[in-house]
Design a binder for this molecule. Structure first.
Ligand code: GLN
Length: 191
């Protein structure tokens, strides 16, 4: 299975490492030319959503990636990636791909609690180690969005069709189950 990881900014190397450990061939998307190939899924990593959104447009990669996701390419989005996918950002005027019908709040945990660890339940997986780094949370999700995890009554992981998104960073732990859930979505798509 071939998975593309958006690699214009942020924590893409950790996703690559985890996906390779799970037996995937990984290709990094750094420039428009990297989009001439086919792949079975795409990862939008954590980092800084404003920078990533700006680079995607400047590098002329935005439309291609957006239409692939719209056409059913499975996507795993973490943290800033979730912000890129969201249809609404409550505390930012910018919108990026806008394909996931949720309203997110950037840096939602404030300064004091900028980064923290929480062992929380993920639907279908059980207790999972969640690493939050200046994380967003989902304030409101469309009724068709499947909520996979909540922390303190705030939604932190969802699934919607071909899109899997988390406010935390599964790639920064040793636990591969969230990535495996994504690869399962990719496998189902291929069949
Ligand atoms: N705070 C970042 C943003 O708003 C997200 C942080 C992260 O990806 N770890 O884009």
């Amino acid at each position: 299975m071939k998975i593309a990881v958006l690699a214009v900014q942020g924590a893409f190397a950790e996703h690559r490492k985890m996906l390779e450990a799970l037996g995937c061939t990984v290709t990094e998307l750094r420039q428009k030319q990297d989009l001439t190939q086919d792949f079975d899924g795409i990862v939008l990593p954590g980092g800084e959503s404003t920078v990533q959104g700006k680079l995607l447009r400047e590098l002329d990669m935005y439309e291609d990636i957006k239409s692939r996701i719209e056409n059913g390419l499975p996507v795993l989005a973490t943290c800033a990636g979730l912000i890129l996918l969201a249809s609404d950002i409550v505390n930012d005027d910018r919108r990026h791909f806008g394909l996931l019908p949720v309203s997110v709040k950037r840096n939602a945990y404030g300064r004091q609690l900028g980064s923290f660890h929480y062992d929380g339940e993920i639907k279908g997986l059980g207790i999972f180690p969640m690493e939050f780094i200046r994380a967003p949370y989902i304030e409101v999700a469309n009724q068709n969005v499947e909520v996979l995890a909540e922390v303190d009554n705030h939604i932190v992981a969802v699934r919607y069709g071909n899109q899997l998104a988390a406010a935390f960073h599964p790639e920064l732990t040793e636990d591969t189950r969230f990535h495996q859930m994504f690869l399962e979505m990719c496998r189902r798509k291929i069949k």
